[in-house]
Write a protein that binds this ligand. Structure first.
Ligand code: FAD
Ligand code: N01
Length: 541
């Protein structure tokens, strides 16, 4: 029960990235009071924390931006095809100022616990500053990739030099001039940063556990003609994003099947998309994600590209992914990644052939041999999708802990709510398209669905909404069924929690596509929030 002197809001929002800020804006439009808590000392989430060299978006800039406000879209002009982290951070700060959001955002404050009181249908939220506030609604905009995977290598504490995690890069930057650097990991963050670090450092050692598929970005200053074309057709393109599978207009999916065309035509189609750059190659054929034979043609195409770009055949072979389908781990989009291995100051260490024994005072010991380095970069990713939620003590009805309810993996209804946790919403939570999509499209859809839902409750003076266990079970079954139809489940990826030792292996995002998913969410709302229990103040408790 909320104490009489306790500060209260209609809603508490946790996180001030793209999700949390838009959520605040939408709740204000409903006339509600809200407080946003953000652990960082600035807004921007991902783009506040990830400041490693080369950090940039890999969905084209105008697509990876808010669509909810026409004037905002008119006034903000991106400078590059794929914006850099500093430009994205400027954009989100502009949004915060433009919509006067900062006055309800409390920075440098970590939410530690959220507890639901059944009698009052209120959440009590407590922070690391000792504040305790109550709210009708608690919205977790905590991010899917906001909790770094903590390095846990034997001997790491003995290392005398500096270490960096790509997900927590120092704000003042790092100068690697004249330094020997080890980079552990070869995911998107590593693939973006390695070419930049290699250009600066004296020597760089890339420690690779699993090679990734990467395709060229062909980044460039924004093409004025392309921008004019986007703006002239913006409304239709935004609509197409929302109705698509990936939320990316430029993905340009086709209905053509890879095995239905000749080998020459297949090659020509892959070449065309390779030349365009970015994610569109992943949508060259409609069956690439479900038919192994079709997928093998894409894998072989990219493998040949790698072999053509990397001069040393042994290094090239080590960089070619061999044991999982193309696109089953998140595709990387790079600027000069493979060519970097032709530099004299870059060494690839294949940890499968030469395991990383330990970190020593002077460097890394690989297969019994010590390699001296001055600095280590951990590009080892995140405790994805559930990491931020599992670090908050969330207790729902009957005092049950979310961490216990999700012990065997996350379960939710539509990735929006969890049975037993009334009035608690997750933005881009597990069970929604989320990280499999252009996140801006998914964020806007979730925030708008949640604010419509809250508006519905407010209009009818209802006290709570809660996912029904049966609806949740059916949704989880559907999420699993669709995932199991794809090749995605054949890779040990972070989508499955495979990167975190001990994490349950559950394919977390919904792979049915953002358009279909939106229809399902809209349909649920149109049917009076089918699968949810809505209660009036008289019946809660
Ligand atoms: P975040 O931006 O992660 O924000 C969540 C915020 O919540 C963080 O600031 C965090 O500090 C805060 N928080 C978490 N827990 C607490 C707590 N307990 N108390 C207080 N605050 C808390 N997506 C794409 O679609 N395209 C891309 O090209 C792309 N590039 C990416 C590049 C990188 C390096 C990374 C890491 C991710 C990328 N993503 C990309 C995914 C990206 O996370 C989303 O696009 C988007 O920025 C997520 O916004 P968000 O607000 O949901 O979460
Ligand atoms: O993290 P990752 P990331 N010993 O998990 C390796 C988004 N993003 O930060 O594959 C040795 O992908 C691990 O190896 P393995 C995007 O959604 C986008 O790079 O687990 N190695 C892997 O190589 C992306 O997918 C952009 O075998 C270890 C690497 O570390 C997501 O964020 C840029 C290890 C981690 O790769 C995460 O990307 C950046 C260990 N103990 C991020 N533990 C854009 O381009 C892990 N690894 C827009």
């Amino acid at each position: 029960m909320a104490k009489a002197d306790q500060q209260s809001f209609d809603a508490v929002i946790v996180g001030a990235g793209f999700s949390g800020l838009y959520m605040l804006h939408k709740l204000r439009q409903l006339g509600l009071t809200a407080r946003v808590y953000e652990a960082g000392d600035g807004v921007g989430g991902t783009w506040y924390w990830n400041r490693y060299p080369g950090a940039r978006v890999d969905v084209e800039s105008q697509e990876y931006s808010y669509s909810f406000d026409e004037a905002l879209q008119d006034e903000w002009v991106w400078t590059e095809r794929y914006s850099t982290q500093p430009e994205l951070l400027r954009y989100i700060n502009h949004v915060a100022d433009r919509f006067d959001l900062r006055r309800d955002v409390q920075l440098e404050t970590r939410v530690q616990a959220a507890k639901y009181d059944e009698a009052s249908a209120l959440w009590t939220v407590s922070t690391d500053r000792g504040e305790v506030v109550s709210a009708r609604y608690c919205i977790m905009a905590t991010g899917c990739l906001s909790v770094p995977n903590e390095p846990n290598f034997p001997g790491q504490d003995q290392f005398k030099g500096p270490t960096y995690h790509t997900g927590r890069w120092p704000h003042e930057g790092v100068d690697f001039t004249g330094k020997r650097v080890a980079v552990i990991g070869t995911g998107s963050s590593a693939i973006q940063s390695i070419p930049q670090i290699a250009a600066q450092a004296e020597q760089i050692y890339v420690l690779q556990r699993t090679p990734n598929y990467s395709v060229p970005a062909h980044n460039a200053p924004i093409d004025p003609a392309a921008l004019a074309d986007w703006n002239a057709n913006r409304a239709a393109r935004r609509q197409a994003q929302r109705a698509s599978v990936s939320g990316i207009y430029a993905a340009d999916p086709t209905e053509i099947l890879a095995m239905e065309v000749s080998a020459e035509e297949r090659q020509a189609r892959y070449e065309e998309r390779w030349a365009k750059g970015g994610f569109c190659i992943g949508a060259t054929f409609a069956d690439m994600g479900i038919d192994k034979a079709a997928n093998d043609t894409a894998a072989a195409f990219v493998a040949d590209k790698i072999r053509s770009m990397v001069k040393d055949p042994k290094v090239a072979e080590a960089l070619v992914p061999k044991d999982y389908p193309f696109g089953a781990k998140r595709l990387c989009v790079d600027t000069g990644y493979y060519e970097t291995f032709n530099r004299g100051n870059v060494s690839l260490i294949d940890l499968n052939a030469s395991p990383l024994d330990r970190i020593t005072a002077k460097g890394v010991q690989v297969d019994g041999e010590e390699i001296a380095v001055d600095a280590i970069v951990f590009a080892i990713g995140f405790d994805a999708m559930t990491g931020a939620l599992s670090r908050i003590h969330i207790h729902g009805k009957g005092g049950q802990a979310l961490s216990e309810v999700w012990e065997a993996g996350p379960r939710s209804y539509l990735g929006l709510m969890v049975a037993g946790f009334p009035n608690l919403f997750t933005v881009t939570g597990p069970g929604s398209p989320s990280v499999l999509s252009n996140m801006l499209v998914s964020i806007e859809q979730h925030v708008e669905w949640i604010s419509d839902c809250i508006g519905h409750l407010q209009d009818r003076q209802l006290a709570s909404i809660e996912a029904m266990p049966d609806a949740q079970d059916a949704w989880v079954d559907h999420v699993n069924e669709v995932a199991n139809m794809t090749l995605h489940v054949q890779a040990s990826s972070w989508y499955l929690g495979a990167n975190i030792p001990g994490k349950p292996r559950v394919f977390m995002p919904y792979i049915g596509g953002v358009g279909l998913y939106r229809e399902k969410c809209d349909d649920v709302a149109a049917k009076g929030y089918e699968g949810f229990a809505l209660k009036s103040a008289a019946t809660v408790g």
